[in-house]
Design a protein around this ligand. Structure first.
Ligand SMILES: [Zn+2]
Ligand SMILES: [Zn+2]
Length: 283
């Protein structure tokens, strides 16, 4: 696994590269614009060019845009749904502009309408974003959820159904979050646990769909369905789990992005990154 972090991109999008380099990242994730407003981000071409140049000169091998938190691709509220689809498409456009590898999105909640009703909405949303992506290199990654409040993607069958809804389109991939998996009931604390989860993933979606990991410890216990990230080693997963995760051959060529609170509460920091890196037996 090559290790990276969610970084700030305020004050100019190229700062995301600078912030990542400062932390010794080989992969970065950032928001295009504010994650709590609907306004789509359109970069000035000179800013996008500065980002691309900074990246080309950096050791960063993988860059991904996380879509805004407001997005719900399964909502029954029509206005909210339209805004969500527009925001998803806008993220793909930003990704093309910056030349980043992928966008990653939470799916959202069916809000009690049931998985099948939500799936129809997700299917349409994915169709729209794939039309925007076209034959560009940008990948569209669906992220698993901890499973609170009707959120979609709590297991591999649900993620597989979403992939199947767009005919298994090869431009769709998966992002798995270790905290979300654990909270959703997938134990990851031993090599055997991880292998069992990977077998289920392979059966439902195909292992090759997995393109990104969010590497977070969990403040809440196995199966709690709560999405509370903890610093590496400070949560219920613990250091032994991350030693297995960073050294697992299935993850050897995947980016692992930290989205932890940070030991100073300022987000992913050098201490978390170095801690994770120190667990690698090849480091
Ligand atoms: Zn995540
Ligand atoms: Zn989370």
């Amino acid at each position: 696994m090559y290790i990276g972090a969610h970084v700030k991109a305020s004050g100019g999008v190229w700062k995301a590269i600078e912030n990542g380099v400062e932390l010794g990242c080989e992969a970065i994730q950032f928001f295009a614009g504010s994650p709590r407003t609907w306004a789509p981000m359109v970069y000035k071409e000179k800013d996008a060019a500065r980002f691309r140049e900074a990246r080309a000169a950096s050791p960063i091998r993988y860059a991904v845009i996380h879509t805004i938190y407001l997005i719900n691709l399964a909502t029954t509220n029509e206005e909210f749904y339209e805004k969500s689809v527009a925001a998803l498409v806008a993220a793909a456009r930003s990704a093309e502009q910056l030349g980043v590898d992928a966008i990653v999105t939470h799916i959202g909640s069916h809000q009690g309408a049931g998985f099948e009703a939500g799936l129809t909405r997700v299917q349409h949303a994915l169709g729209e974003v794939l039309a925007e992506v076209g034959d560009s290199e940008v990948r569209v990654l669906l992220e698993d959820t901890a499973g609170a409040g009707g959120t979609m993607g709590v297991n591999f069958d649900e993620l597989g159904a979403m992939i199947d809804s767009v005919g298994g389109d090869p431009r769709i991939g998966l992002c798995l979050d270790t905290c979300h998996l654990f909270a959703a009931g997938f134990d990851l604390r031993t090599r055997e646990d991880i292998d069992r989860a990977l077998e289920a993933l392979d059966a439902a979606c195909g292992l090759k769909r997995l393109e990104l990991l969010h590497v977070n410890d969990s403040k809440t216990p196995l199966g709690s369905n709560r999405d509370r990230h903890a610093n590496i080693g400070e949560g219920e997963l613990g250091l032994a789990a991350f030693r297995e995760i960073v050294n697992h051959p299935a993850f050897a060529e995947l980016p692992g992005i930290l989205e932890v609170p940070g030991f100073d509460g300022e987000g992913p920091d050098l201490r978390n990154i170095e801690l994770l890196r120190s667990l690698r037996t090849d480091a």
